[in-house]
Ligand binder design. Sequence first.
Ligand code: ZN
Length: 342
Amino acid sequence: MKKNAALQNRFLGFAFCILFILGMGGCATVPKGTSGITNLKDLCDRNGVEFDWDSVSQVVTLKGFNLRAKVLVGSDIVMVGKDKVTLSSRVKRVRSSIIVPPDFEEKILNRFKTGADFAIKKFKKIVVDAGHGGKDPGATGKSGMKEKNVVLDIARRLAKNLSQSGIEVVMTRDDDEFLTLEKRTEIAARSNADLFVSVHANSNPSRSIDGLEVYYMGQFLKKDKKEEQRLKNQGILYSHLEMEQGSADLEKILSDMMHTYKQAESRSLASHVASDTAKSSGAMTRGHKEARFFVLRNTLIPAILIETGYLTNAREEKLLATDDYRQKIADGVAESLCNYVK
Ligand SMILES: [Zn+2]
């Protein structure tokens, strides 16, 4: 038995080596870019972009003007500044060259030429998550107004505004249905969206407390990164990507890159949305705050949770009951997300 297992292991190791060599050396047809050049080093030289390849981590760093990009060899992902850009196919290493797909020049290198990174709309696809629903009413106001209904209405208005601005929207629920928190984060992982926005309304035993708050996940603990749902979502997300299957190193690098991006972006965005929305809606704001909510912990993309006001506060409950105020909140959030460029 032992001998058989050892033989089998050796065979598997050998087969893996062959596959690896084929994978590295293969590629009979190399796609051509608009310029006819698909060799990344040549493309960079031509565009005056600095090229630095770390063969251990398989990451190519591109530098130019104020912009920096990280090309993850073996995947179709490039981090440009704080943006995650998906290419039409994966970046490959062919012998000693890095070969990029035809859309690389347009999607990545053009940004180095024009500084266009600062002018384009940041988010192309946003998941809008109306909190609670179905058997879970969320907070209840003195008048009996339920959070699940208020936030669904605001979420619908927000989705409409974003769509009208050309942003694709995925709603986790568009009805009075119950959804687990796990399911909400799974929808985000499957959607291939850039951002997750959860909409809620707050409650407090003290009825004098009022104001809008925007939450983001601060420091992740070691155990957070290993949370069951997070790992599951990671699997879902990676299965979408054009990536060398089962490459643990690539997955680790990608996971670290996305995590760093998520943290920086969520915090900055929470701050913007809180102040922009308060300004345009006239809402009193309690600012942006850290919280360890499940949906913030277990989404892999930047994520914020907006508490649109306190249903337990008589003044805000009255406001949140009106179409006008709900629309103002939705307008404020949508505008803030559309104008966000950092
Ligand atoms: Zn809630």
